[in-house]
Write a new protein. Structure first.
Length: 364
């Protein structure tokens, strides 16, 4: 079982630790709902050092990445971040990733923790020429400071004006309380916030510095439980649930990150066909009508026929409702449609609702 370098700190803070994709990670400290509400109202600090980092370098690095991804890297400028997906030839999703453009010949790719080895092998199997692809995950640690007070807190530790750093932009080689790092205005909560990359040996000190700076703003340490409920309310996909090798970006409603007109990339032909013919199933939001919580994998039915399955389901601490995301037969995915969810051998009513459930508050 892998551990991040903050494992002992999490334990000392009383965190409940769980196995998450082969990593021992904090599920919660004070409680999922309290941590969730803190991020929505003030701020929370997450250890997400389990995420994988892959460095791609070389004169043809941009062209190489362009062939692997659905989005268009040619539009990316230095110090910008790109959200995109990698697909299999049949249109299924290898992973959803973030790409940081350091310069024309150097890109940092951040991948889901459980997919690091798979993604690395996928990239290597398509590598040509002098492009170098290296797993640099052990060199980096990653903290996510999220919430409406995130800028106030981080500003106390840096000399640069964070107000000027826009969403999906980053600044490299920043001095953060004496620690060199990269600050990115990105996150996975639906709130404004930052993801901070530092060298692995510096992360413990950085955690302490941020927690100290955040005291006056009621900053709390937050675990993966709150991270999941926050991303769920904002309808941000989780690989293995809303995305997988069997689910395409178009089925997951991520059309805006698929640029079919940019030229060739792996999976393009399959996605063109899906786009032309229309997807047979699509991701939809559900609100429970009957009392109960729909969980991942539960069957969704209409007229006693299976029409899909729940990908994520939970109580929404912000909206005080039981909600779900489900991959449904497209014919049943219209807003207002009533469906049945099989919960512990009982059929519970739910209705299709608009997503995201929570309106994201990013700084554009």
């Amino acid at each position: 079982m892998k551990k991040t370098l903050l494992y002992d700190k999490h334990v000392s803070l009383g965190a409940k630790m769980i196995d998450f994709g082969g990593w021992m990670m904090p599920l919660q400290y004070s409680g999922i709902i309290q941590e969730h509400q803190a991020v929505r109202s003030e701020a929370g600090l997450f250890d997400v050092s389990h995420m994988g980092e892959i460095m791609v370098e070389g004169k043809a690095a941009g062209e190489f990445i362009q062939r692997l991804i659905t989005n268009d890297i040619s539009r990316l400028k230095d110090s910008q971040v790109l959200y995109t997906l990698m697909c299999y030839p049949d249109g299924g999703t290898v992973d959803d990733i973030l790409i940081y453009k350091l310069n024309d010949d150097k890109y940092l790719i951040v991948v889901n923790a459980a997919n690091t080895e798979k993604d690395l092998e996928w990239m290597e199997s398509h590598r040509e020429g002098t492009v170098a692809v290296n797993d640099v995950s052990e060199q980096y640690a990653l903290l996510a400071l999220q919430g409406p007070r995130a800028q106030d807190i981080l500003q106390k530790l840096v000399d640069i004006p964070l107000e000027q750093l826009r969403f999906f932009r980053f600044i490299d080689e920043v001095n953060i309380a004496g620690i060199p790092g990269l600050i990115s205005r990105t996150g996975y909560t639906g709130e404004d916030g930052f993801e901070v990359y530092v060298s692995a040996h510096s992360v413990s000190r950085l955690w302490d510095e941020i927690m100290e700076a955040g005291k006056e703003y009621n900053l709390v340490p937050a675990g993966l439980g709150a991270r999941d409920t926050l991303r769920f309310e904002a309808a941000l996909p989780l690989y293995g649930q809303e995305l997988s090798g069997e689910i395409s970006p178009l089925e997951a409603g991520l059309d805006r990150f698929v640029k079919l007109d940019k030229g060739g990339f792996i999976g393009r032909e399959a996605l063109i066909k899906q786009s032309r013919d229309g997807v047979q199933r699509k991701l939809a939001g559900l609100e429970m009508v009957d009392r109960g919580i729909a969980r991942h994998g539960y069957q969704v039915k209409a007229d006693d026929k299976i029409i899909g399955h729940v990908t994520s389901g939970n109580f929404s601490p912000t909206l005080k409702k039981n909600l779900a995301l489900a991959l449904l037969d497209t014919r049943f995915a219209e807003e207002g449609t009533l469906v049945d969810i099989s919960v512990r051998n009982k059929l519970l009513k739910a209705k299709v609702v608009k997503t995201p459930f929570y309106v994201k508050r990013y700084k554009k």
